[in-house]
Write a protein that binds this ligand. Sequence first.
Ligand SMILES: Cc1cc2nc3c(=O)[nH]c(=O)nc-3n(C[C@H](O)[C@H](O)[C@H](O)COP(=O)(O)O)c2cc1C
Length: 353
Amino acid sequence: MEAVTDLPFRAVCEELGAALTFTEFLSAEALTRGAAKALGRMWPSLDGRRFAVQIFGREPDALARAAGMAVDVGAAIVDINMGCPAKKVTAGACGSALMREPALAAELVAAVRRAVPARIPVTVKHRAGWDDSCLNAADFARALVDAGAAMITVHGRTRAQGFSGAARLEPIASVRAALPREIPVVGNGDVKDVAAYQRMKGETGCDAVMIGRGAMGNPWLFRTLAALEQGQPDPGPPALAERHAVWRRHAALVVEHSPEKMRQHELRKTLAWYSRGLYAGSALRQRASTVGDPTALVVLGAAFFTDLQSAARTGGDAALATAPADPVAKSVARNLRRDGRRVEAEEPCTAAS
Ligand SMILES: Cc1cc2nc3c(=O)[nH]c(=O)nc-3n(C[C@H](O)[C@H](O)[C@H](O)COP(=O)(O)O)c2cc1C
């Protein structure tokens, strides 16, 4: 996801159980022109973990060369984006606009297939269709597989929907039904909890599920789903101490890997994500917006979590008694519950404020 799936975010998701992560979509034209920003975003996963590089474009030659560059940095999969609805992308007839040009889309897959070694799967992510009058996901996917695509991810919205309305499951089911069994189909759209995950798998028959927005600030979703798949008990939402530790890990990765000029913005983003639903989270976010120095932002975040942890240890019951409905009480109660102490609020720790 653009401006989301950078190395720090992907690393945290992988460490909590995500089986495979994808880079942000990268313009083939920018990569082949040597644009530093695009090149800098082809971050290989840490510790040799498998990762996919996602590219987009409409020139077979540029896509083929960009795919070669992805393989050179260690990508295990080259994914082609045919799902982006953004005007800046579809205006150039790239992303989801390719769903209206299936022959060219297939040509792009074939060109990339030829350009990379046989051991590297070439995959595509697309939508349900361009709009309700053009729900061509199944035919489109079949053409891509005939051209050499080894896996298809379907986001169950049309381009016309953008990110609004609900993702539909029927188009994903129709792609699963249309493709040979050995081609994995990945279902995507609105999976933010176990129920949505099970619905996606149950109603579409998809082989895997891709999670986007549901992982922002909740990488523990992967741990829960991995446990479910392995028949293990759900480890549940994180206790406050763990939320603190994972935020610290994420922030440390930002400090280590993000370009200097992005660090402040990225750290603020982590604070916003991990403080969501917690007492004084909005005050923290406000303060963070006025702090420019990355080190000071890390100190601010550490103090936030430390204070909250001591409040939960020492004053939790008082907070519950005085303001049972406010976010303080909720966040403290959630963490007390995990510690086996008094419980009054029922919302999971991951609830938004
Ligand atoms: C900020 C943002 C950036 C995105 N960037 C990409 C991208 O680079 N490549 C891609 O395939 N999809 C991208 N998407 C779409 C998501 O991958 C996903 O298909 C969509 O959000 C629906 O799934 P979700 O409900 O799990 O988020 C982006 C979505 C958002 C909100």
